[in-house]
Design a protein around this ligand. Structure first.
Ligand SMILES: [Zn+2]
Length: 433
């Protein structure tokens, strides 16, 4: 896992790029000048989704020819990633992309079904944290008077479940023991959490550093008994308890003797700890640390940390967020090209020559255009334009040209518009705003 340390909000400020691609990269990039011809790009679109696609976004990135089935960027994919890299030097880069991002000061995420990371997320106040580090409001059990310590026979009660069943007590009235050895100095560390809760190894490592499971010999040397361990009367052990333990009276804990447990152990009276910390891993439904709303656990991909962006994940996030049944529907300015320009071969008119002229005009107006200059049927080009998903498609056809018009279609809208040739640039720019 990457190191992520808090200091500022990604949503408000973009990370420094530590000398990565400068703004001027586009103009020095051999393969990309903002405008290109389809035939130079060697785009390979595909009719069918790859059978290994775990999400619709990935399937469309492969079908539209941005990625191979093996998730490797093609030339079009590389151009798009470079485009995103260039864009990332502008302020509030991520917010420009209009993605449904969740996150915190350290990291930005996009929820996605197959995401490899799990976060806890509050739909009310938007609190978001990696699962291992997420915090929640713990509710102590009602306060009780401390009862006398009592040693009881508990045969074959190696687990909290078996113990709770055997003594007929709820799991939250038991103390769970976890024994580790610190790697740096071989210190034996004894953790105590309430029996109904799950220890977060990530949190415990935050407090003590790297650990490994204690060996049977180390457990015995500390005076504990595996399966029946207790923090009471240990030798040379560092004891760390969850912050709920000092508020929990009369818990059942091991008696450090095989086959026996103590009833009514009480922190402070029977043992104490070097540290009292939050050690618990959040679960779905636990109360948000900020607002008390139930937390959800969501699979996500990481889009950015404080120090760097994950551009390929951002591309996937765009595809997940922006597609319809026909293909990608990338917004400006995320799309690598703003216009997909194509000509439909005419019977009397040289539509290609006219399209070429429009291509040069768009290029001179600093509009980023991909010119589909192939001799393909109109239907094939329309399908590819929909799959590839740039914001605007311009079609140069014989019928329109006779009236001095071209067909212009915003990708995210259903209807075409007929636009006079001398208004193309103005109209395109107004759509891209
Ligand atoms: Zn909340």
């Amino acid at each position: 896992m990457r190191d992520v340390i808090a200091s500022r909000s990604l949503a408000k400020q973009s990370p420094s790029l530590n000398g990565r691609l400068p703004q001027s990269v586009r103009s020095h990039n051999n393969i990309y000048w903002g405008t290109m011809k389809y035939s130079d790009l060697n785009i390979q679109t595909q009719r069918d989704a790859p059978n290994n696609a775990r999400t619709e976004g990935f399937a469309f990135l492969v079908r539209a020819g941005y990625l191979t089935r093996e998730n490797i960027p093609t030339q079009l994919g590389e151009i798009t990633l470079n485009h995103l890299r260039n864009l990332s030097s502008t302020p509030s880069f991520l917010s420009q992309l209009l993605l449904p991002i969740i996150g915190n000061d350290d990291e930005s995420f996009l929820p996605i079904a197959s995401g490899p990371i799990e976060v806890a997320h509050c739909s009310s106040c938007k609190y978001t944290e990696r699962l291992a580090f997420a915090r929640f409001v713990k509710t102590p059990l009602p306060q009780e008077d401390e009862l006398p310590l009592e040693k009881v026979l508990t045969p074959d009660c190696h687990t909290i479940e078996a113990l709770a069943n055997y003594l007929d007590v709820p799991k939250e009235k038991t103390a769970k023991a976890l024994m580790y050895t610190r790697v740096s100095d071989d210190r034996f560390i004894f953790f105590v959490v309430r029996g109904d809760m799950q220890l977060s190894e990530a949190k415990l490592k935050q407090h003590v550093g790297e650990v490994r499971a204690a060996t049977a010999e180390e457990i015995e040397r500390a005076g504990a008994a595996a399966g029946y361990a207790s923090p009471i009367q240990l030798k040379n052990a560092m004891i760390i308890v969850d912050d709920l333990i000092p508020q929990s009276q009369n818990l059942v804990a091991g008696a450090n003797e095989t086959g026996y447990h103590f009833k009514n152990t009480n922190y402070g009276r029977d043992y104490s700890a070097e540290k009292v910390e939050d050690l618990i891993q959040v679960k779905a439904g636990d109360a948000c640390i900020n607002c008390g709303n139930p937390l959800s656990i969501l699979p996500v991909i990481s889009l950015a940390t404080r120090s760097e962006y994950e551009f390929q994940n951002i591309l996937l996030a765009l595809a997940e967020t922006y597609h319809d049944g026909k293909g990608l529907t990338l917004p400006h300015p995320a799309a690598p090209f703003d216009v997909y320009l194509m000509q439909v071969p005419g019977k009397e008119t040289d539509t290609r020559a006219k399209a070429k002229e429009i291509y040069n005009n768009l290029k001179n107006a600093a509009i980023e255009v991909l010119f589909d200059d192939r001799d393909e049927r109109a239907g094939v080009k329309f399908n590819d334009a929909d799959l590839i998903g740039f914001p605007v498609r311009i079609t140069v056809g014989e019928k329109g040209l006779k009236e001095g018009m071209v067909e212009l279609k915003p990708r995210q809208e259903k209807e075409n518009q007929l636009v006079p040739i001398d208004k193309i640039i103005e109209k395109t720019k107004s759509i891209l705003k």
